[in-house]
Design a protein around this ligand. Sequence first.
Ligand SMILES: CC(C)(COP(=O)(O)OP(=O)(O)OC[C@H]1O[C@@H](n2cnc3c(N)ncnc32)[C@H](O)[C@@H]1OP(=O)(O)O)[C@@H](O)C(=O)NCCC(=O)NCCS
Length: 168
Amino acid sequence: MNLPDLSLITRPVRDSQSEMAEIVLPNDANPLGALLGGRLMHWIDMAGALAAHRHSRHYVVTASIDHMDFWVPVHIGDLVILRSSVNRVFHTSMEVGVKVWVENYIADNCQHVSSAYLTFVAVDGGGRRVPVPAVVPETDEQRRRYEDAGRRREIHRAERERRNAHLR
Ligand SMILES: CC(C)(COP(=O)(O)OP(=O)(O)OC[C@H]1O[C@@H](n2cnc3c(N)ncnc32)[C@H](O)[C@@H]1OP(=O)(O)O)[C@@H](O)C(=O)NCCC(=O)NCCS
């Protein structure tokens, strides 16, 4: 069987765009009724993996999650919306952006809660890394995210090398 030449396959960012919704239940919250940060991080990981799967059409593992801030509290009964898409593909890894919104349908408002960048690595059924098709940004915003992802990769690579040098 002839395998496709991956260097020729590209997919637009829109193919990876995903949305996940969660209603905050008592089990997701602390005793004051506010959403636990760890639960939100789990949902962000899931939403990011959705986009990475859609783009790569492979299994993926989370290699890293960027710094995160939680700007507004989220409460029991709120609706949390997570939107994700692939910002940029490198070789076997890809950066995914996840933006989180909280909707209170009683108060009729919607606020930006958090944003995160995650790097996923595509692997086959045996856990071996596999190349990922390139992603094509089509809008100005997607092109900006594509450029920013390249800068973040350089910064992270330098940080990792500095940390590893300290460990040696
Ligand atoms: C992520 C993982 C697959 C990288 O494998 P590795 O053999 O160390 O790979 P390399 O250092 O050769 O890097 C492979 C790719 O991953 C990227 N990568 C590796 N570590 C990374 C990190 N900490 N952050 C971002 N990207 C990373 C590299 O840049 C490279 O990308 P490229 O192919 O697009 O250029 C491996 O470390 C792993 O399996 N980690 C555990 C993943 C996991 O279990 N996640 C769930 C959380 S518990």
